[in-house]
Design a protein around this ligand. Structure first.
Ligand code: GDP
Ligand code: MN
Length: 396
């Protein structure tokens, strides 16, 4: 589950990570009130207005603007709230902005230039350890840095038994070229950040930029926080931060029905039991020249009700031109699944796309007979390849 920037920053702050302070606003008037309040608290007269959507690259897309007075705050917030923000990380239609974060300007001039760094905390899956990735080249595309100057990205692995050790925090501050007060502040920042990551059961923190202000303070200007869904049961307060407006509506509905569904770009709807078989099915569709419209794991109990729910979900995607059902009947017997498919098909009454069903396992022969004799526009297949080829035939 992803958090908005303002939520991520609140989470960080609650663990003692210094952040660029801000107040979230739903309207331009609220934004002005927020700016006044921030001025009282921080003394800043300048503010940044930041679109709150679940996508990076907002700056490039015009979703982050500097306001030098309250008129600017009002005008810029009014522009940004309600816009469809297009960034390198959104679709061409963009993402509708429902709220902005009004934040204190932290790039004020001073004795030294503000510096932007990159820092993330994530799991290294190769050895099962968390690591901190960081770079002096913050504020811009870290992907470009990784591609063109990979030697400028450092990683520090953390032993789960000890957590982050003081020498590791100092090494990071040193590699970022810091000294004096900024060095000390960075060691505190890094340690607090790592603690926040572990304690919140997050799967990704990405802070870009981490800023060294002109008066040598280290703080988080941006925060991308992804929480581990499997650990949300022990973070009820964090689970409540979910913003369904940011998620794919079909995926949300599938989740409510207990179906594991991921929306994709192709035109072949897939209904499969088991994530592994679902992946293999998508591969085979691709190999046969098709393009999967979704990943869908219906789970262990493929009865009529579940099959019908899955059909409905798949058909919500207007791009779907054929559906491939690929189910292995082990404990669920194939004939029961076949009956489920037939019942669901009849119940729905208006399925206009061809359906190819491949059932393998217990009572597969009985299942094929049921499908073939059902009188419905459903093609059966016994072999995996045969099923994928039939999909191509109906699409041709
Ligand atoms: P992203 O583009 O979605 O990653 O959004 P960020 O939160 O990283 O903001 C984009 C850019 O806005 C940053 O890289 C900064 O250059 C700029 N920015 C953020 N906060 C301030 C601020 O307080 N003052 C100024 N002048 N610029 C800021
Ligand atoms: Mn950023």
């Amino acid at each position: 589950m992803n958090l908005h920037e303002y939520q991520g920053k609140e989470l960080l702050s609650s663990f003692g990570v210094r952040i660029q302070r801000g107040i979230v606003a739903q309207t331009a008037d609220e934004a002005v009130e927020a700016a006044k309040k921030l001025t009282e608290e921080t003394g800043t007269g300048w503010h940044v207005i930041k679109a709150q959507v679940h996508a990076g690259g907002r700056g490039k897309g015009g979703g982050v603007k500097l306001a030098k007075n309250l008129e600017d705050v009002k005008a810029l917030s009014g522009q940004i709230i309600g816009m469809d923000l297009v960034t390198p990380q959104t679709s061409a239609e963009g993402k509708r902005v429902h709220q902005v974060l009004v934040a204190e300007d932290v790039y004020y001039p001073g004795d030294s230039e503000p510096e932007e760094y990159y820092m993330s905390v994530l799991l290294n899956r190769a050895n099962g350890r968390n690591m901190i990735m960081y770079s002096t080249e913050g504020g811009m595309d870290i992907e470009t840095v990784a591609e063109e100057t990979p030697h400028l990205i450092f990683t520090e692995e953390i032993d789960p038994a000890t957590g982050i050790l003081p020498f590791q925090a100092r090494k990071i501050a040193f590699n970022l070229g810091l000294s004096g007060a900024a060095f000390k502040d960075m060691t505190k920042f890094v340690s607090a950040l790592y603690t926040a990551y572990v304690k919140s059961d997050s799967s990704l923190f990405e802070i870009n930029p981490v800023l060294k202000t002109s008066d040598d303070k280290i703080l988080a200007v941006d925060a991308k926080v992804s929480l581990d869904d499997n650990a949300l049961f022990r973070h009820k307060d964090l689970a409540e931060l979910r913003d369904l407006r940011e998620e794919n509506p079909i995926e949300v509905e599938a989740g409510e029905k207990g179906l594991n569904y991921v929306d994709l770009d192709g035109n072949v709807g897939c209904m499969v039991n088991g994530a592994g078989l679902a992946m293999a099915t998508m591969d085979l569709i691709k190999q046969a020249g098709g393009d999967p419209a979704n990943f869908l794991d219906v789970g262990g109990t493929a009865d009529a009700a579940r099959v019908e729910a899955a059909f409905k979900i798949i058909l919500k995607d207007p791009a779907v031109k054929a559906i491939l059902i690929n189910i292995f009947g082990g404990i669920v017997r194939c004939d029961r699944v076949a009956q489920g498919v037939i019942d669901a098909y009849k119940n729905m009454g208006n399925i206009e796309v061809p359906i190819i069903v491949r059932l393998q396992g217990t009572n597969a022969d009985v299942a094929k007979e049921l499908i073939d004799n059902s009188g419905l526009d459903v093609l059966s297949a016994t072999e995996f390849q045969e099923a994928a080829d039939k999909v191509q035939e109906v699409l041709a």
